[in-house]
Design a protein around this ligand. Structure first.
Ligand code: AMP
Ligand code: ZN
Ligand code: FE
Ligand code: FE
Length: 283
């Protein structure tokens, strides 16, 4: 039975459940430890912790997922245990900057789509984002609503995937900078979905050197073979094997739900021990 899910999104980024709805769902599914990891936002943390108060058996790790970039590649970096310091004004200013860049880039994608004859009203994209971090899934949903594609997956395959004709870049951190940012908050940096990272075997030791403490192994729809391969890498570099469903509640066929995949409790214990050590170090 899966008890841990360390990768979950809410309406504060591109997830479709509010923190309250997500907390109720994970409790219903019997999860004991979760992490809230919205894209470039910590806005859902407080509401999640608040909602979790009704369920003392559930531990909620305050987290974030930062998008970063290296040439020709995209790397997502998770930060766990940023609970103590995420209100730091400098950090929050950086997040606002990232979210503004997301909007600006979203607008550019909508323009590119228009040039391709796909008319996506920007107001609707904004509306779906509900004031949270705008992401491609919001654009994909509007494309479904307007009947341009049947499933949001198709929107990515045909238009807004990384190599799609309507994809647009935005300014991002480097993975190193993201690791440093999380460390500065007293948090634990963890590499997200490494199968999606080209050149992972080169970048993992570099990030480890910079302070990475874990990497996702038990993730989304990764096969047992992929998980075995990633576990080998995690062990080789002394990284805590992490993971989770990356649930967005998109309702797409085959979307892994919370509690369908996740790391063992030993990983959580290792993370809590590291977090505790850091807390003591700064006291
Ligand atoms: P963004 O942060 O705007 O670049 O969007 C990234 C999000 O889009 C990811 O967290 C996924 O939820 C989703 N996504 C990215 N690539 C795909 C894909 N090929 N198919 C479906 N969803 C995707
Ligand atoms: Zn997402
Ligand atoms: Fe991601
Ligand atoms: Fe994610």
């Amino acid at each position: 039975m899966i008890l841990v899910d360390l990768h979950l999104h809410t309406t504060f980024s591109d997830g479709r459940l509010t923190p309250g709805e997500l907390i109720r769902l994970v409790v219903q599914r019997g999860l004991q430890v979760i992490a809230i990891t919205d894209h470039d936002s910590t806005e859902g943390i407080e509401a999640s912790l608040e909602a979790a108060k009704a369920f003392p058996e559930l531990k909620v790790i305050p987290g974030i997922e930062l998008s970063t970039d290296i040439p020709g590649n995209e790397v997502h970096l998770l930060g766990y245990f940023i609970g103590a310091d995420y209100r730091d004004p400098e950090f929050q200013r950086a997040l606002v900057r990232f979210r503004n860049a997301r909007e600006e880039r979203g607008r550019r994608m909508v323009e590119k789509l228009a040039n391709l004859g796909v008319h996506v009203p920007w107001e609707r994209v904004k509306e779906l984002s509900g004031g949270g971090a705008v992401g491609r899934p919001h654009i994909a949903r509007v494309m479904v609503e307007k009947g341009y594609v049947k499933l949001s997956q198709e929107a990515f395959t045909l238009y807004i995937g990384r190599n799609g004709p309507a994809y647009a870049e935005r300014e991002k951190l480097t993975p190193m900078e993201a690791v440093e940012m999380v460390l500065q908050l007293g948090g634990l940096p963890v590499l997200a979905h490494p199968v999606e990272v080209d050149g992972r075997e080169k970048i993992i030791p570099e990030l480890k050197e910079a302070g990475l403490v874990g990497m996702e192994v038990y993730y989304g729809k990764y096969t047992p073979d992929q998980a075995r391969y990633l576990l080998g890498l995690a062990n080789r570099w002394g990284l805590v094997p992490c993971g989770g469903s990356d649930y967005h509640a998109l309702g797409t066929p085959g979307e892994p739900g919370p509690g369908t995949v996740g790391p063992p409790m030993e990983s959580v214990e290792a993370l809590f021990a590291l977090a505790e050590k850091r807390r003591q170090a700064v006291q």
